[in-house]
Design a binder for this molecule. Structure first.
Ligand SMILES: [Zn+2]
Length: 170
């Protein structure tokens, strides 16, 4: 999306101002839902935009306020649109994880499954137990791409000292 002459939609999105990504000052995340804010402006200048936004960080809830600094470039004779919005859609994933549990099978299995349910809102589809391994099938929905979710699952396993032998995400 380039050059927006419309208001930002109140949907989960990444937003740029002159191609610079809007980042939450508290948690450094970049997913917001922007809402238009009505402001009382005394004697608005001609051609000046007075659109204001309050964007709510979707990770920590902090509110970011910004205006629309779009302007008319008199030299070039065209309008410079400042704001861009990249809508994010929630994607559904199915995940297969084969992991090694060794002797502390029940402990590790339960801890890992609980963590995945907590961090990803995952639903358990199937759990198969082998001698020292567990094959887990889960599904969840989120805004991240496959690569990001692979990294998240791997680092989640690593923190719990769980060795993942195979991981497939579709
Ligand atoms: Zn935040």
């Amino acid at each position: 999306m380039t050059g927006m002459d419309e208001s930002l939609l109140p949907q989960k999105s990444r937003i740029t101002i002159f191609n610079k990504l809007v980042i939450c000052r508290f948690c450094s995340n970049d997913v917001f839902i922007p809402y238009e804010v009505i402001v009382n402006v005394e004697q608005p200048g001609i051609g000046v935009h007075h659109v204001r936004y309050a964007a709510i960080c979707q990770y920590c809830g902090e509110v970011k306020h910004f205006g629309d600094p779009s302007y008319y470039d008199a030299e070039k004779g065209n309008y410079i649109w400042a704001l861009n919005q990249f809508l994010l859609s929630v994607k559904k994933y199915r995940v297969k994880i084969l992991f090694y549990v060794g002797k502390r099978k029940q402990d590790k299995k339960t801890i890992f499954i609980n963590k995945l349910m907590q961090d990803f809102g995952a639903e358990i589809e199937n759990v198969k137990e082998f001698k020292e391994e567990v094959l887990l099938q889960i599904r969840f929905s989120d805004l991240n791409d496959i690569q990001t979710n692979k990294i998240r699952i791997m680092s989640c396993a690593k923190r719990l000292n769980i060795y993942v032998k195979e991981l497939t995400i579709k």
